[in-house]
Write a protein that binds this ligand. Structure first.
Ligand code: PLP
Length: 221
């Protein structure tokens, strides 16, 4: 099926649900992204700074770009002028650098804290206690040019659906707890970015507000 057909299908599936679709376009060409854009898709996710910069420069200005991959502090400055949401904040140091660069650009940049939910050592992210520690820290309270709008997680790459379900459930539960403890009066803390091509249906059942789909839309990489 074409990119257009895939997008129409997935939008039909998710339209009635309160979940936002991020089209993950990493490794895909400008033309493939343009095809998705022509169907009305405006939110795109990339995981490499260089690729993201090149695509941003070549594509329409009203695209909302999402950084979904591991981000090194020394590369933050390249994306701060235009990035819409950074899903992959996994340290206070990175958050401080985003704040510094956002200030230079006169912006407040929306961020998600990436939480380590998978049963694998390879996935980036903060552990639960590190999330709490970060939010309690004085350093965090001083940051004025970032806004934390939710949490992101990547489930274990497995066929075991019960395991994936439990990981998403735990992320949603952590979100609810953090909302109560730290963001009770803050309506903008509302996002749970979870679900990829292989597990987005489970993620939606568990309360995802943002799904990040690559191969379901653009075909395999
Ligand atoms: C690549 C990627 C996706 C999309 O993966 P698919 O399996 O192609 O849907 C989602 N989230 C992150 C963080 C990714 O790196």
């Amino acid at each position: 099926m074409s990119v257009t057909e895939n997008l129409v299908k997935i939008k039909k599936e998710t339209d009635s649900l309160k979940v936002q679709l991020i089209a993950v376009s990493k490794t895909k060409s400008i033309d493939e992204i343009k095809e998705a854009y022509a169907t009305g898709q405006r939110d795109f996710g990339e995981n490499q700074v260089q690729e993201l910069m090149e695509k941003q420069a070549a594509l329409p200005e009203d695209i909302r770009w999402h950084m979904i991959g591991h981000l090194q502090s020394n590369k933050v400055k390249y994306i701060t002028p235009f990035i819409s949401l950074i899903h992959s904040v996994d340290s206070l140091k990175l958050l401080q650098e985003i704040d510094k660069q956002a200030q230079k650009n006169n912006r407040v940049i929306d961020c998600l804290l990436q939480v380590h939910i998978a049963d694998e050592d390879t996935k980036f992210g903060l552990d639960y206690d590190e999330v709490i520690e970060l939010l309690r820290s004085e350093e965090y309270s001083l940051l004025k040019n970032i806004r934390i709008v939710g949490l992101m997680g990547i489930a274990t790459n497995t066929d075991n659906e019960r395991m994936i379900k439990e990981e998403f459930y735990e992320l949603k539960t952590l979100f609810n707890g953090i909302k109560l403890s730290f963001f009770r009066k803050d309506a903008s803390f509302k996002e749970v970015s979870m679900g990829m091509s292989s597990d987005y249906k489970i993620a939606i059942e568990q309360g995802s507000t943002m799904i990040r789909l690559g191969s379901t839309i653009f075909g395999s990489r």
